[in-house]
Design a protein around this ligand. Structure first.
Ligand SMILES: *[C@@H]1O[C@H](CO)[C@@H](O)[C@H](O)[C@H]1NC(C)=O
Ligand SMILES: *[C@@H]1O[C@H](CO)[C@@H](O)[C@H](O)[C@H]1NC(C)=O
Ligand SMILES: *[C@@H]1O[C@H](CO)[C@@H](O)[C@H](O)[C@H]1NC(C)=O
Ligand SMILES: *[C@@H]1O[C@H](CO)[C@@H](O)[C@H](O)[C@H]1NC(C)=O
Ligand SMILES: *[C@@H]1O[C@H](CO)[C@@H](O)[C@H](O)[C@H]1NC(C)=O
Ligand SMILES: *[C@@H]1O[C@H](CO)[C@@H](O)[C@H](O)[C@H]1NC(C)=O
Ligand SMILES: *[C@@H]1O[C@H](CO)[C@@H](O)[C@H](O)[C@H]1NC(C)=O
Ligand SMILES: *[C@@H]1O[C@H](CO)[C@@H](O)[C@H](O)[C@H]1NC(C)=O
Length: 409
């Protein structure tokens, strides 16, 4: 199976793109941006984005099978030139945590591999880089294997140290939506002070808070109950330049909403109040049918701290493409819709605006396609694709898909 995929992806020449460490080539032109893409077919690929504007192109530079059978999520530590890659482990029934070094031209070299519990889908480095925490989704409902967190220490040399498994308690009754018979962590985010973790429990409709101890261990804190069938998936912290109040935006996959919570502290323990505001992820541009069938995936705040963007899956707003909705944020934490734009493909499970703010990278999972969209950093408006690359992730006649993509920056 693996060899036929590798065979299908053979390519004759690999462009050698020589760039100085400081970001310019010897002749002064900017080196191509590189991108890492996780494929459920067992490969993490490095792509290069060359050219400018509409003459941009995406090309495959290299690939590695060093992240297990089903790479699901990527986390970059740019100053350490390292990528942490999660393998959801559909094939094995349990997942793996993998570290890879970023070498010249964005080539990834596998370094370490560790077995973890079922289906890690999101990770966060915390405690000043001394720990990584994985959101474990758990296994199929019939297995009864519940989700939770796995916590791993990271040594100065990047080598993994001690680990802890935290399994969430079973539910007294299943939630109303598919997959909600078990508690499941879908996302884990540290607060701006790096003192607490917020965990989105998609199965139990809960937001779970953990306080970080100085050794990186976690102490369970407050639990916020959401309406049954919310399916909280990801979240982001936000602080407006004109208001010291800290907010948390919580994304619901089933209801397709963003809820704004106020964040405060009791000593160092994080406390959530609200939600004070709830807005749908289509910003009012989605009809009732769209809202019923859609499955919101990712939420991000742009690096300039001015825009919030959400990806919508299974959408009907555009032909042959799902969508990205952009919002600005008022000082009171309410969101103002700015634009709904075509994502360039189906099931944009992950996307990321680059540091400069002029491009959006999209992983269209079910289309097995990577898309780069142009974006105006001032207005936040996203325009059409400037480059895209379809990747063959076929296993046994079915595209395995691309769940995640990140910029190498
Ligand atoms: C980048 O590094 C090269 C080679 O070390 C050097 O010649 C060049 O001046 C540097 N450029 C900048 C902008 O620092
Ligand atoms: C500059 O050098 C890079 C590789 O070092 C090459 O790809 C590019 O074509 C060169 N650009 C010009 C304008 O010579
Ligand atoms: C890119 O192409 C689109 C249409 O395909 C066009 O509207 C846009 O102006 C072009 N952008 C540039 C920078 O040429
Ligand atoms: C990836 O890069 C490594 C190191 O340069 C090389 O040995 C390997 O053949 C490359 N693999 C592919 C698929 O391009
Ligand atoms: C991880 O799991 C695989 C498959 O069961 C097993 O072969 C391997 O020994 C495990 N690795 C460790 C370090 O336990
Ligand atoms: C955590 O769970 C994994 C997978 O079930 C197991 O291999 C590992 O030994 C456990 N670790 C600890 C510290 O209990
Ligand atoms: C949240 O914070 C905002 C801004 O400080 C304030 O206006 C609002 O009353 C707070 N809401 C709640 C529910 O605490
Ligand atoms: C997507 O929406 C369609 C209706 O447009 C629905 O039939 C289908 O089940 C939905 N797919 C998923 C994966 O939710």
């Amino acid at each position: 199976m693996r060899s036929s995929i590798a065979g299908a992806l053979l390519f004759a020449t690999i462009p050698l793109l020589v760039a100085a460490q400081n970001g310019t080539t010897q002749n002064g032109t900017a080196p191509p941006a590189t991108i890492f893409v996780a494929g459920y077919d067992g490969f993490v690929r490095t792509l290069a984005l060359t050219g400018e504007g509409n003459s941009s192109a995406l090309t495959l530079v290299n690939q590695t099978d060093g992240c297990g059978a089903n790479p699901s999520w990527l986390n970059i530590e740019i100053t350490k030139q390292r990528v942490w890659c999660l393998d959801e482990g559909f094939v094995a029934g349990f997942g793996t945590l993998n570290s890879l070094d970023i070498e010249d031209n964005g080539i990834l070299r596998p370094v370490e591999h560790r077995n973890v519990s079922a289906s890690p889908v999101h990770s966060r480095i915390y405690n000043g880089g001394k720990n990584i925490v994985l959101a474990q989704f758990g296994n199929a409902e019939t297995s009864g294997i519940r989700g939770g967190l796995t916590v791993h220490s990271i040594g100065d040399n990047g080598v993994l140290g001690a680990s802890t498994n935290i399994t969430f308690p079973g539910l007294s009754a299943p939630g109303p939506r598919p997959g909600q018979a078990l508690p499941r962590a879908h996302g884990v985010f540290s607060d701006p002070e790096d003192k607490n973790l917020v965990v989105l429990d998609y199965g139990a409709d809960l937001i779970r808070i953990y306080k970080q101890e100085t050794d990186g261990s976690l102490t369970e804190g407050a639990v916020t109950r959401l309406a049954p069938g919310t399916g909280p998936r990801h979240a982001r912290f936000f602080q407006h330049s004109a208001n010291p109040q800290l907010y948390l935006f919580v994304l619901s996959e089933f209801q397709n909403t963003i809820s704004t919570f106020n964040v405060s502290y009791d000593d160092d323990k994080l406390v959530l109040t609200g939600p004070s505001r709830v807005i749908d992820t289509f910003g009012g541009w989605g009809d009732a049918t769209t809202l019923q069938n859609a499955k919101a995936a990712e939420i991000r705040v742009t690096y300039d701290n001015k825009f919030v963007i959400v990806s919508n899956r299974n959408d009907t707003t555009f032909p042959d493409s799902d969508s990205l909705t952009t919002f600005t944020v008022n000082a009171d934490g309410s969101l103002v819709p700015v634009q709904i734009a075509a994502a360039g493909g189906k099931f944009p499970r992950s996307f990321q605006v680059n540091l400069k703010g002029d491009k959006v990278l999209v992983a269209a999972q079910t289309d097995s396609k990577v898309i780069v969209l142009a974006r105006n950093p001032q207005s936040g408006l996203i325009s059409g694709p400037i480059a895209s690359l379809a990747i063959d992730t076929t296993i046994d006649g079915v595209p395995a898909g691309l769940p995640a993509a990140i910029w190498n920056e």
